[in-house]
Ligand binder design. Structure first.
Ligand SMILES: [Fe+2]
Length: 339
């Protein structure tokens, strides 16, 4: 390539915002980094001629970048996990509303923002994982049961900084009120087997290692272990049983990975087209086969492990409420001493 052309191309990449609405491209800022996602973007490009360019980073980095770039941002879509984070992006002015019949038809209303700022792509359930050796699952039905004194020094959890815990507590604030939610946190703290630490997989490892007997984790972490390439991980997975909590009440807490169009998207129409593709049957089937999450769309076959776990009753609280109660949840964790 000659040097002048090289410089022109380099310059074009430095000014991605000037591409205009007609260029067949969608720029995605994504916190998900799964091979499936890339395969789906490739398929979308083949089908439509619209190229998908992906920038991968943590959710916080991507949001900081969107803020820094402002109207000059090349980003069209933000993909991240947890409705609490999507709500944060919305309130920081990083997203814009979208109206789409296809999105509304594909995604149950509680799994998308009522104002159209973000939409769920996959669902994950906050479950109770327990030691098959040391726990009788009949002793445990609801999140609230974990505060019973029978679980003293047996409960495992990660820190309250984690967005999964914040969103889950926000759902309890919405369902039970702030006082009952705080009492629950106090009861959890009283029953911890050790100070909160590690990620969801570490909680499962600590069940197998005998550090504690029951943990609060996202469903797909157990699915990953059970389907791991190495036998040691699969054995670890087999030592753990799972319970879908609150089946006789409000249902198990679900959260999403989701997507929203960025506030200054230069390729808005293509971005909406990509979102619609991602909730279509083909993409939802691919999501369902990867990472052991649940599709948002009805009528899609689940991964075999999820079919074995069976159907469950999910909390249908609109996930926007998680964002609304986010700050309150953080304060409750702080006051009640869940670090
Ligand atoms: Fe996760």
């Amino acid at each position: 390539m000659n040097r002048v052309l090289g410089l022109i191309l380099a310059f074009a990449f430095l000014l991605p915002g000037c591409a205009g609405e007609d260029e067949p491209v969608v720029n995605v800022y994504s916190h998900r980094h799964y091979d499936t996602d890339q395969a789906l973007f490739d398929r979308f490009a083949e089908r439509t001629g619209i190229q998908v360019r992906v920038v991968s980073a943590s959710a916080d980095e991507l949001m900081a970048r969107l803020e820094r770039e402002g109207p000059a941002s090349p980003a069209d879509l933000l993909i991240t996990v947890d409705a609490g984070r999507l709500h944060r992006a919305k309130t920081r002015g990083l997203l814009q509303p979208v109206e789409s019949d296809a999105l509304a038809a594909a995604i149950p209303s509680h799994l998308r923002d009522p104002e159209g700022y973000w939409f769920g792509l996959t669902q994950r359930v906050r479950i109770l994982a327990y030691s098959r050796d040391r726990v009788d699952p009949d002793e445990l039905q609801d999140y609230e049961d974990l505060t019973d004194e029978r679980w003293e020094e047996r409960v495992l959890a990660r820190t309250s900084e984690n967005i999964y815990n914040v969103s889950h507590l926000a759902s309890m604030v919405a369902a039970l009120g702030p006082e009952a939610a705080e009492e629950w946190v106090q009861g959890m703290v009283a029953n911890f087997a050790r100070p909160p630490q590690g990620n969801d997989t570490d909680q499962l490892r600590d069940i197998a290692a005998g550090v504690g007997d029951v943990a609060l984790v996202n469903s797909y972490y157990v699915g990953r272990l059970l389907n791991a390439d190495d036998e040691a991980s699969r054995e670890l997975g087999r030592q753990v049983g799972i319970i879908f909590p609150n089946q006789d009440g409000r249902g198990a807490h679900v959260n999403i990975s989701g997507v929203g169009v960025t506030a200054h998207a230069p390729n808005r129409a293509h971005a909406v087209q990509l979102m619609e593709f991602l909730v279509g049957e083909e993409a939802q089937q691919a999501f369902a086969e990867a990472n052991f999450e649940y599709p948002v769309r009805e009528g899609i076959d689940w991964a075999p492990t999820l079919r074995e776990w069976g159907d469950f009753h999910a909390d249908t609280l609109n996930l926007e409420r998680l964002g609304e109660h986010n700050n309150e949840a953080v304060q409750i964790f702080d006051r009640a001493g869940w670090r």
